[in-house]
Ligand binder design. Sequence first.
Ligand code: B12
Length: 492
Amino acid sequence: MQPTVILYNPISTSPGKQRLPMSLLSIASMLTDRYAVKLIDGNLTENPAQEIIDRVKATNSKLLGVTVMPGPQLRQAVPVCKTVKQACPDLTIVWGGYFPSNHYETVLKSDFVDYVVISQGEVAFRELVDFVHDGGDVKDVPSLAYKNGDVHLTPRAPIAPLNNMPMYPYDILDMQQYVGTSYLGNRVLAHHTSWGCPFACNFCAIVPLARRQWSAESPKRVAETMQMMKDRWQIDGMEFHDMDFFVKEDRSVEIADRMSGMDINWWALGRADTLMSYSDESFEILSKSGVKMIFMGAESGDDEILKMMNKGGKSGTDKTLGIAERMQKYGIVPEFSFVLGTPPDPIASIEKTIQFIKLVKEVNPASELILYMYTPTPQENSTLLQEAESLGFSFPQTLEEWAGDDWAEKSLRRNPGTPWSQDPVRKKIRDFETVINAYYPTVTDMRLKGTMRHLLKTLSGWRYKMDFYVHPYELKVLQRLIQYRRPETMGF
Ligand code: B12
């Protein structure tokens, strides 16, 4: 009988909004030739701890793999793994993903996580699973952090080409549970066509994982996956969750060309400077391929702040304005995220960015906006983090503290509670967000019909035009009443 490996995706979003747990599907793809894989999704079960314990007992499984992002996932993963370890002390528990990769020392201080796989996990996890089942020398398992008295690190595995990986084993999931309805369509799924990012913005959590490497699937493979999803689950919408989908123009254009006629509306992430370097012919092909919206990190309306963020490339506010205008011509919605409240003098850069955002909206009123607050991530040589630490910022030192109410909230990047972003800074951002979300409600909220959009715009018009954002309680109440949806926390 095949040995069983259990994988656990802690809760990550609100009911009915679960996303395909690709972090685990990707590592599972390397196991199914020898192991039975059971994936337990915290978004789909009331009591993941009990379900894991029952499964371990029923299959005599030796190993549990857990994917963890900071925030709600971490908050559930800590108590669940504690309970599972108490009930199954011989079970090896392995954490991977963004949080443990960036905070492995803190994770290994706990007495319920045995190993952390750092960065890309497919190859390393397979070797660790074989080690746990067959024995050998743990030092031969790459990309590993483990404790043996001190914390030990093994050499990182080179980033493996995604094209060499087996396709995701979708049959380990009840896929119908992940087919969603959103702005993109009535049957929307997600995929990941590349891993990593060639850039090193110093507020981004992927940098310590990818170290500026990027590995991508071929357009042929992406198109085959899209056709398979069309045939098996009749999708009409696709969210590409790559950190940076549009790195290579020829690849993006060939994918778009191959998807034309598949009748799939799609969304992906890219950079304004990269997309501004694309030719008009490329945009013609993109615009015919079903791409509806492209997420781009505009980050700031202040070029000095972009430098401080090490945004790199040919980035600049001119590129943000340029791509807003260009996408209007091709009927593609630009979705810009901003990272506000950076130290040392947040108010000045917020003022500048507010005026810049209004300019972007003038150029392309359909532009979508996401306003994050700068939340430090551990990065060597990050000027932003050094500035933060010099102002008294420090990361929690235990998992219990990370999973506590305070930090679970802070990890959502809306109220990081950093020394320099206390009120009035936080309030200034949220009040502006309330007014601009009323004056330009998100197109992604399908429930928001014409009349309510008109009412929101009318009530907020005077504030927006007069730059008067303080205490917009009347708008906050109305947005609360209609449960205004914010894509950054709930996805589409
Ligand atoms: C899909 C997604 C979501 C989904 C949930 C997905 C889920 N698992 O249920 C939704 C939309 C709900 C979501 C919400 C949020 N997200 Co999110 N999310 C992503 C996204 C876009 C894709 C993740 C993914 O599937 N990648 C594809 C897989 C193949 O790559 P991977 O996850 O890196 O996995 C590889 C390795 O990391 C490793 N690995 C990962 N897990 C494991 C586990 C084991 C055992 C092993 C061995 C290896 C391993 O191996 C995998 C294969 O190589 C990432 C960005 C990205 N492109 O990765 C952001 C990202 C992870 N999210 C992020 C954040 C901040 C959030 C939110 C806090 C946003 C907010 N303000 O609310 C919330 C918090 C949710 C929570 N904590 O519960 C940040 C994390 C930043 C950080 N500091 O770590 C990211 C990196 C985005 C960013 N650009 O900053 N998210």
